[in-house]
Design a binder for this molecule. Structure first.
Ligand code: BES
Ligand code: MN
Ligand code: ZN
Length: 502
């Protein structure tokens, strides 16, 4: 499906999307349709609950007086509240209605609105971004889908006076959406398709964007002593991999990079501490942290961002077998610290322990951020609407939280404290890999903290937000890609040399 920008003109066919402000206030395009259809909009709104609030929509069929098939009213909320996220939601909600309809063509009218905080071109670009995010589908394996079940929408035109300005704002957003789609695809692919080596191969294709991609196999990792990571993968027939992605785009190529570290468990069966079978299929997206890291590096490279960023993802499959690690095993991590593995299902922290060490040892980063579908406990605490944020630095935490707010990927800060650290004290090794049932997400974060140095560090537990069980305005069902847009914003706003956004 193609999204393009064009000069305003009422279309002759298909569906037309127009905005309505809260209080049923018609935008200029809506008012024009209202006149031409002899008051159809007011009549329709009068017999519905549609008030023009954010996320609301109302579909009108073939109104008399216009040659088109459908008018879709979409709520804009209040004019003063028309920020980028509200525009994305507008685009996403519109797209949701368009995909359910039978039109192949649709037109979205974007009008000037007094009191709106963004320019009309900015709003048009963010509407296009939200629409694209919603339109994504993972249907490559649905070979027998009936035509009537498939969306038929082919072309969406966004009508805006200043086409060139809208395209300019949209270009980097478009690249980030491409990256989100890659991350979503990696999360949706089943574990027989995406396993450590095939994930590494997908990441390897990003050299096309100018990224440097280095792939370490088990032999190299053993030499480096990444025993905690290797222990997780030792029960699998698939070879574990460490994938290192480098984007050194800053004017000073020697400036310390930002390090992004991702958990890449391509399938988490739990290992010998095996999970119950109900819902185990979900554990194909236990590589979402790694997927996000790859997506962020991709979009930065695609727009040649002037910033130094390195991505390190630890790729393993956690399986039970005769070669799998056992509860009680003690492993020596690359940092030299020993870990008593009391539960082989607390594997993400073992992978991250060594990936974090590698990132710091090899790149002396200015700051470290890791992403991981780490704990079921964060799902209990925050559900699907916030990811858990743990940080050793308040400025870093605030910047990440604000970036998340901007793009609608919300974070909620959780505590780190020595009291929790005591819960992972082991009698026989430097630490154990699980605490008791209490504060499961925090003890996991405390575990990771033992593997980071003095510099600023943040850990984002994305277990609850990486998979969407229902269509949301800009996130269709399935792998969400949560984190790509957040980190892209975070980096663009605070670390990129200015004047780089094309
Ligand atoms: N991958 C899981 C966490 C998870 C749960 C991700 C739900 C996505 C959705 C992780 O490896 C895990 O199994 N964690 C255990 C830790 C426990 C054994 C201490 C958990 O949360 O139950
Ligand atoms: Mn697990
Ligand atoms: Zn896991």
């Amino acid at each position: 499906m193609k999204i393009t920008f064009a000069k305003p003109a009422l279309p002759e066919e298909g569906a037309v999307v127009v905005g309505v402000l809260e209080g049923r206030i018609l935008t200029p395009s809506a008012a024009e349709i209202e006149t031409r259809t002899f008051g159809a909009l007011t009549r329709a709104m009068g017999v519905s609950r549609f008030e023009g609030k954010k996320e609301q929509s109302l579909v009108l069929l073939a109104p008399h007086g216009l040659p088109i098939a459908r008018v879709v009213l979409v709520g804009l909320g209040k004019a003063e509240g028309l920020d980028r996220r509200t525009c994305e939601i507008f685009g996403g909600v519109a797209m949701g209605q368009l995909l359910a309809a039978s039109d192949t063509h649709a037109t979205v009218m974007v009008d000037d609105i007094a009191d709106a905080p963004l320019t009309t071109a900015d709003r048009a670009a963010h509407i296009a971004c939200g629409a694209r995010l919603r339109a994504w589908r993972f249907d490559k394996y649905c070979t027998k889908e009936k035509p009537e079940d498939k969306p038929v929408l082919k072309k969406v035109q966004i009508m805006i006076k200043d086409v060139a300005a809208a395209r300019k704002v949209f270009d980097p957003l478009d690249k980030t959406v491409d990256a989100v789609f890659m991350t979503r695809t990696l999360g949706n692919e089943p574990a027989n398709v995406i396993y450590p080596e095939s994930f590494a191969a997908e990441a390897g294709k990003l050299t096309e964007f100018g990224l440097e991609v280095e792939i370490l196999g088990e032999k190299q990792m053993r030499k480096l002593g990444l025993n905690a990571l290797l222990a997780v993968g030792q029960g699998s027939a698939r070879e574990s991999q460490l994938v290192v992605l480098r984007w050194f785009g800053a004017t000073d190529r020697t400036a310390r990079p930002i390090a992004l570290v991702g958990k890449g468990v391509t399938f988490d069966s739990g290992g010998i501490s095996i999970k119950p079978s109900a819902g185990m299929e979900d554990m194909k997206y236990d590589m979402s942290g790694a997927g996000v890291v790859v997506g962020v590096l991709r979009t930065l490279a695609a727009r040649k961002a002037k910033v130094n960023v390195v991505g390190v993802v630890g790729m393993v499959e956690n399986m039970p077998s005769g070669t799998a690690q056992r509860p009680g095993d003690i492993v020596t991590s690359a940092s030299g610290q020993t870990i008593e593995v009391l539960n082989t299902d607390a594997e993400g922290r073992l992978v991250l322990a060594d990936a974090l060490w590698y990132a710091q040892e090899h790149f002396q980063p200015a700051l470290v951020i890791d992403l991981a579908t780490l704990t079921g406990a964060i799902v209990v605490a925050l559900g699907a609407y916030h990811a858990g944020l743990f940080a050793t630095d308040d400025v870093l935490a605030e910047r990440l939280t604000a970036a998340g707010e901007t793009v609608g990927e919300r974070l909620w800060r959780m505590p780190l404290a020595d009291d929790y650290d005591k819960l992972i004290k082991s009698d026989t090794a430097d630490m154990k890999n699980v605490g008791n049932r209490e504060a499961g997400s925090i003890t996991a974060a405390q575990f990771l903290k033992r593997f980071v140095g003095e510099g600023p560090w943040a850990h984002i537990d994305i277990a609850g937000v990486s998979w969407s069980t229902q269509d949301m305005p800009t996130v269709p069902k399935g792998a969400s890609g949560f984190g790509v847009r957040l980190l892209e914003r975070f980096i663009a706003e605070h670390y990129e040399e200015k004047g780089t956004e094309s």
